[in-house]
Design a protein around this ligand. Structure first.
Ligand code: UDP
Length: 262
């Protein structure tokens, strides 16, 4: 599938014009950044794993009736997606205390929260993605009250569903970040899930040992980042050791492992 001009390059992905109007191609890079870009590394194979994991999760989420931008995976590093107008917010759902929540409220990492908590952050690297209230969101027109309700409801449904999906393979879903986009169809507009869902934007701990299997391995300089992501993919049943050999920078791949639409 021919991709068009690059239209946006982010920290971990590049967006290209898609083959049809209203579509884009999302390319997963191996770049990892943390602390607002202060730490950067190339982690060979990360993009391939995130493409695969995000494909699987988005497909499962569609299956429970939540609309997403995902159309199909094209090859090892690219997926076809619906073009959306990104809502400039990051929606974080938390089940267990970790990261910035611990710093803000003096909690111990790993403490179970009394209930799942949804937070909104403004997507703005220059400002360091500040946390915002619903009043900020509506006053500055980043989203309207109906969209806030929809994002909260979708986020909690995704949380329930993913908590179960990961729990079944021995992984605790500590927290995660979602992004939403507006899709226009004539006069109609609907909110759909966008971006990616992968160990880059989830905290995932082994249920028995609490071993970290997500991007915190990079943030905390623990090493074995790609190994952690690979273990997540293996447990989800979407990665085999033989997939290693087909890890390339481009769409060249071993057909036997990539033709199964997973
Ligand atoms: N997160 C993300 N992108 C961001 C900030 C956070 O994907 O720019 C994810 C992060 O991986 C974690 C959750 O959102 O799963 C909550 O992150 P937190 O607010 O604790 O921030 P952090 O400690 O990661 O800076």
């Amino acid at each position: 599938m021919a991709r068009g001009k690059p239209i946006y390059e982010g920290k971990a992905k590049i967006l290209y014009e898609g083959p049809e109007p209203g579509t884009l191609i999302q390319f997963f890079k191996d770049d990892a950044t943390a602390f607002n870009g202060e730490r950067h590394a190339i982690l060979e194979g990360k993009g391939v794993l995130n493409n695969r994991i995000s494909e699987f999760i988005m497909t499962e989420i569609e299956r429970i009736g939540i609309p997403t931008h995902f159309i199909k995976r094209i090859n090892m590093r690219e997926q076809l997606i619906r073009a959306v107008e990104i809502v400039p917010l990051e929606v974080v759902v938390r089940n267990v205390a970790a990261g910035s929540l611990c710093k803000r409220f003096g909690l111990t990492e790993g403490e179970a929260l009394p209930r799942s908590i949804v937070e909104f952050y403004l997507k703005d690297d220059k400002l360091g993605d500040p946390m915002v209230s619903e009043d900020h969101i509506t006053a500055f027109s980043w989203a309207n009250p109906q969209e806030i309700d929809d994002m909260m409801a979708y986020a909690l449904r995704v949380n329930d569903f993913l908590s179960g999906l990961f729990s079944a393979v021995g992984i605790r879903l500590i927290d995660f970040k979602l992004e939403f986009g507006r899709q226009y169809e004539g006069e109609m507009m609907r909110l759909i899930l966008a971006d990616e869902i992968s160990p880059d934007n989830c905290r995932l701990w082994d249920s028995k040992t609490n071993e970290i299997m997500d991007k915190d391995r990079f943030r905390k300089d623990l090493g074995g980042v790609v190994e952690g992501y690979r273990e997540v993919a293996k447990r989800l049943g979407i990665w085999r050791d033989s997939d290693e050999r087909s890890d390339t920078n481009g769409p060249v791949l071993v057909a036997s492992n990539d033709g199964n639409n997973r």
